[in-house]
Design a protein around this ligand. Structure first.
Ligand SMILES: *Cc1c(COP(=O)(O)O)cnc(C)c1O
Length: 345
């Protein structure tokens, strides 16, 4: 039985052309900035994001951490959503390692933060207050259901921040999904941000890595923080080679994953004890609530699905998350729906 792994798009393995590129990659020592494949990836990523420079990092978490520690000093404040990955899922790294103070404002259902909330969160010059340095937005917004955030909204947030001398960091872990979902060039989504992190290791299928992009002077400082955190890698070109293939081959196909998410949602909607968070999933994530009248617990449902070869995540009480990706095809969608029908019959 072939496992259908819908827990996340991070479970994607490299594609055949990635294996080939990794085997042939030209390598050097990237801490000396001498790995030609890493350098090529960083240049390509920066060009795609419309930024001056890029920095290859081991994970999206480290990319966000480096960005926030580069923008903010100890005691400085970064504004972010209550449902932001940087707030919920990065182990408090910005506080633990950088002494950065998060100021959270509520995410709306569409993934955005109210402009008014951002405006009033930015502190005035007062010795009682921390200094506001940064706003962090997330695109697509994972916890809100993989919702894409528009270029126009991002521009408005940047304008509010910049007027007060505050910078904007974009956690663009799935920025290419956002671009596909909105049918907007990724350049436009990234343009308002002073820095952006995106993941190669999710829907783009590379085994490891993210890229942080921004101005050259910012990336220069970020490189030292990457070293401090132990993220300076040596012959990292072996990983960057897969990243280059990810950018060359896998960004345009993401709408296929979104189509599979919509098909999954449509099928799940036909099961009476299930209710979707978004009837039409906006990108590659399906969030589904289980009715209270189902006597099986969440873990029990998860393990019964697993026994039928279907892996899903529990994302809250009576809430499951299913994420489509490169290795989920039409047959996998059908088999998943069949498993749900049997388990919840
Ligand atoms: C996955 C993810 C990250 C980074 O995760 P890593 O697993 O560390 O690569 C950051 N932000 C969002 C929104 C994510 O979904």
């Amino acid at each position: 039985m072939k496992t259908i792994d819908l827990r996340s798009d991070t479970v994607t393995h490299p594609t055949p052309s990635m294996w080939e590129a990794m085997l042939k990659a030209q390598l050097g020592d990237d801490v000396y900035e001498e790995d030609p494949t890493v350098n090529a990836l960083q240049e390509k990523a920066a060009a795609m994001m419309g930024k001056e420079a890029g920095l290859f990092v081991p994970s999206g978490t480290m990319g966000n951490l480096i960005a926030i520690l580069t923008h903010c000093g100890r005691g400085d404040e970064a504004i972010m959503g209550t449902l932001a990955h940087t707030f919920l899922y990065e182990a408090g790294g910005i506080s633990a390692l950088g002494g950065v103070h998060p100021f959270t404002v509520p995410n709306q259902d569409d993934g955005t933060l109210k402009l008014e909330d951002i405006r009033s969160a930015i502190r005035g010059d007062d010795v009682h207050h921390p200094v506001t340095r940064l706003v962090v937005l997330e695109n697509t917004q994972n916890r809100c259901g993989g919702v894409p955030i528009s270029a126009e909204y991002t521009r408005q947030v940047a304008e509010i921040a910049h007027q007060k001398g505050v910078l904007l960091h974009l956690d663009g872990a799935r920025i290419f999904n956002a671009a596909a979902a909105l049918n907007t060039p990724v350049l436009d989504l990234a343009a308002p941000a002073d820095s952006i992190t995106f993941c190669l290791s999710k829907g783009l299928c590379a085994p490891v890595g993210s890229v942080l992009c921004g101005r050259s002077e910012f990336i220069h400082r970020a490189r030292r923080i990457r070293k401090q955190l132990g993220g300076g890698m040596r012959q990292a070109g072996i990983l960057a080679a897969a990243g280059l293939v990810a950018l060359d081959e896998n960004t345009e196909r993401l709408s296929e994953d979104h189509r599979h998410a919509r098909a999954l949602a449509q099928g799940l909607a036909g099961i009476s004890v299930l209710r979707l968070k978004n009837e039409v999933p906006p990108s590659n994530m399906v969030f589904v609530y289980i009715d209270e009248k189902v006597t099986l617990g969440d873990q029990e449902i998860q393990s019964r699905l697993k026994s039928k070869g279907v892996l899903v995540s529990i994302f809250g009480p009576r809430l499951l998350r299913l994420v489509t990706h490169y290795w989920i095809d039409d047959a996998a969608v059908e088999n998943t729906l069949a498993a749900f029908r049997e388990v919840l019959a």
